[in-house]
Design a binder for this molecule. Structure first.
Ligand SMILES: Cc1ncc(COP(=O)(O)O)c(C=O)c1O
Length: 248
């Protein structure tokens, strides 16, 4: 970071937003280095959770105060995520975690696939973006796995081109690797997937807290996770365009 950037970045103020950073261990300030275990949670999120339990804990769509507040919270969370994903609010799906949502989506898309259809996954991806698609092998879907170039841990784009064929129905790829930090050329891969008539599923869990996720494409799903976004545990989300695929 350049010195001008550190000057304008009020680290003390940012630290104050995260109460867990005041934790002392053996009389020393704690440092949280285990990124994959999840980010620390800022006070604003804790306040929102408390607000919910104190004043909005009710069924949805009731005429009474707590129910109306609950509806408002859901709508505003949906709008915030739509802004984040650059999509419509009704295209946002919340769920338990990215892995669970991806399994659900794979099961749903799998209903439209037949034996011999192909799904492309990559060796660089987190298992959460491989196992759900591999589960479709049970019904005869062929999973083709793109290799990485070991010398620099990037995706082998020639292999991507080889693995995407006329039989490809979906390409599942990570935006950034949580293991080695590689940022994949998502737009380029999406172009290849869409040219073959395939859907694209992007695991943006690792990338989302760091960069803009912006896709205009009607056949791209993007996912992200609370674990990397300083959010409360149950808020995971997925966004995809409302569009019917495969059914004639
Ligand atoms: C790149 C990546 N994808 C997916 C996941 C799984 O996310 P979740 O814990 O929300 O299922 C993780 C978790 O660390 C991850 O780093």
């Amino acid at each position: 970071m350049h010195s001008s950037e550190t000057e304008s970045f009020d680290i003390a103020w940012v630290r104050e937003q995260f109460p867990s950073l005041t934790l002392q261990y053996n009389r020393h300030a704690s440092a949280f280095l285990d990124g994959p275990a999840g980010t620390q949670v800022p006070k604003q999120v804790m306040d929102a959770v408390q607000y919910y339990f104190l004043g909005a804990n009710a069924n949805t769509y009731g005429a009474f105060l707590t129910s109306r507040r609950n509806d408002e919270m859901i709508l505003s969370a949906r709008a915030a995520m739509a802004d984040f994903f650059n999509c419509d609010a009704n295209e946002v799906v919340f769920g338990q975690n990215m892995t669970t949502i991806t399994f659900a989506l794979a099961r749903a898309i799998g209903r439209e696939l037949k034996a011999g259809d192909e799904v492309v996954v990559t060796t660089l991806d987190h298992d959460a973006n491989v196992a759900p698609w591999r589960a479709l092998e049970e019904k005869g879907v062929v999973i083709r796995q793109v290799d990485i170039r070991e010398e620099d841990c990037t995706l082998d784009l020639d292999d991507v081109k080889r693995k995407i064929t006329a039989k490809t129905k979906l390409v599942a790829v990570g935006y950034a690797s949580n293991m080695v930090g590689t940022i994949n050329p998502i737009a380029e891969i999406a172009k290849l997937a869409h040219a073959a008539g395939a859907l694209m599923f992007v695991d943006a869990v690792h990338y989302a807290p760091h960069g803009l996720i912006c896709s205009e494409s009607a056949s791209t799903w993007r996912s992200s996770s609370r674990t990397k976004c300083a959010r409360q545990r149950t808020l995971h989300r997925n966004a995809g365009k409302r569009e019917r695929k495969y059914r004639s």
